[in-house]
Design a protein around this ligand. Structure first.
Ligand code: TXA
Ligand code: MG
Length: 328
């Protein structure tokens, strides 16, 4: 079925919420220039109001409307990676509502690489003004697993959202890479599908990878995030068999998220095999965590990932999910 773009644009214009697919995860969108509409996002998610939102745009042309003093390196990144899973933090224009920026002097911008998102943004800009943007965080309740299908959004938000545009499962599966270009050296605030190696190709030595700690400028950088309700544990591959046997002796059935085959046939545990490469793994990770939450297992054991740069983004999400689940 073709997504109902007309109704989506009507609702956005009326200050209502519309969930839509992007290539990373589904977003919960509102007219970014309407503070009352943006406030509804925070209410629907149960998210603290000082957490800034990403403004999604139809194209580069709209950037100067939202951002000020955009450095050359940011333009280079846009040229290379937009439309795509990259968010840039830039100095904001004075008019940009505090509701969007969490009261900061910067704004997060992204042109998403999903045909449904782009069509929605284009049509919205046609009626709301050529530079119009849609503010959208991931369409989950605060701290929970980001949705990668329309059904996940329904599960998370129910009728807190007026309309969900269905664009099928998200291709990337984890949230965009966030690069702060608002002052001095560009900094990676959140790792994502666009890897350090990718970024280095554009930045050369101008890039420092900083994983923000402390103040929650990036809500995805809170230690606890992306979490299932079932406790999670990271277990090294070589210890997995012993760990699972010990759980079995306790009478506990585990869910296992692994990138290796089960070491033994006939184990009483639920084994979810994900791809042994980071791109394929990211694509299915959040759906796997949700599946485990529904499987009635006592614990989710996750086979620890290789400690290499290419696995950094999924390893980051897993660590936060473990913390958020109350596991160790
Ligand atoms: O892939 C994505 O980025 C998805 C899709 C929907 O675009 N969106 C997403 O939104 O993950 P959200 O809100 O769950 O995470 C975006 C992060 C927020 O945690 C926020 O703190 C950060 O971007 N952010 C937005 N504006 C910022 C700013 N001005 N300074 C620092 N961080 C900012
Ligand atoms: Mg989120």
């Amino acid at each position: 079925m073709t997504p109902d773009f007309d109704r989506a644009v009507e609702l956005l214009r009326a200050g209502e919420l519309v969930a839509f697919p992007t290539e990373t995860v589904y977003g919960l969108g509102a007219d970014a220039s309407n503070p009352a509409a943006v406030a509804k996002i925070f209410a629907a998610k149960g998210r603290p109001a000082d957490h800034p939102l990403i403004v999604h745009l139809a194209g580069h042309d709209a950037v100067d409307h939202w951002a000020d003093q955009v450095p050359a390196v940011a333009w280079e990144l846009m040229e290379t990676f937009w439309p795509g899973p990259l968010t840039l933090i830039l100095k904001k224009q004075a008019w940009v509502p505090d509701a969007v920026t969490g009261g900061q002097d910067t704004v997060g911008l992204r042109v998403p690489g999903h045909p449904v998102a782009l069509e929605l943004l284009r049509r919205f800009a046609t009626v709301a003004g050529e530079h119009a943007g849609i503010a959208a965080p991931s369409a989950n309740r605060f701290g929970r697993i980001s949705p990668t299908t329309a059904a996940h959004v329904r599960e998370e938000l129910g009728d807190r959202v007026s309309l969900i545009l269905d664009g099928g499962p998200c291709a990337v599966g984890i949230e965009s890479t966030i690069v702060d270009c608002s002052g001095g050296e560009p900094l990676v605030l959140r790792p994502g599908h666009i890897s350090p190696a990718h970024l280095e190709a554009v930045f050369g030595r101008r890039l420092r990878i900083l994983m923000a700690a402390g103040a929650p400028r990036v809500s995805g950088s809170l230690a606890a995030h992306y979490a299932p309700q079932t406790p999670m544990r990271l277990v090294a591959g070589e210890r997995l068999l012993d760990f699972l046997n010990a759980q079995r002796h306790k009478g506990d059935r585990c869910g296992v998220i692994a990138h290796s085959q089960p070491p033994q046939a006939g184990m009483p545990h639920v084994w979810k095999l994900l791809a042994a490469d980071p791109v394929g793994y990211a694509h299915d990770l959040y759906a796997a965590l949700r599946e485990m939450d529904h499987a009635g297992v006592a614990l989710i054991a996750v086979e620890a990932l290789p400690e290499t740069a290419e696995w950094a983004a999924v390893a980051d999400r897993l660590r936060r999910a473990v913390t958020g689940s109350g596991g160790a």
